[in-house]
Design a protein around this ligand. Structure first.
Ligand SMILES: [Zn+2]
Length: 111
């Protein structure tokens, strides 16, 4: 799973920058549109970090809703059934997805 290797290599950079010798937790944001199955992601994570400083750390996944930005008025909103998937401010259907598509590394907890 490419998300896992990307998150792990970013985490490794953070670990080096902060001179961490032990990592207890990795916090990631998982976008609703990223297509990630948490159980699978965790399994891949454990395999990817075996033998590294990240081994034994907990992978905490926080779900992130999809957010869209309206092309017409610039409002950022969460498209859903309640707002009929259009802008709650001007009812426009034209928008760009700006969040919730990826897995983002939020924080590395360690010492
Ligand atoms: Zn709008």
């Amino acid at each position: 799973m490419s998300y896992v290797s990307r998150v792990v290599s970013l985490a490794m950079e953070m670990i080096q920058q902060n001179n961490l010798t032990k990592v207890t937790e990795l916090q990631v944001e998982v976008g609703a549109m990223a297509g990630v199955v948490p159980e699978l992601m965790e399994k891949c994570y454990r395999q990817a970090v075996a033998g590294t400083v990240l081994e034994g750390s907990i992978l905490t996944m926080a779900p992130k809703a999809v957010t869209a930005k309206c092309d017409d008025c610039g409002t950022t909103y969460e498209p859903n059934r309640d707002n009929d998937y259009c802008c709650p401010n001007c009812r426009s259907h034209k928008s760009q997805i700006v969040g919730g598509r990826k897995v983002i590394l939020e924080n590395v907890v360690g010492e």
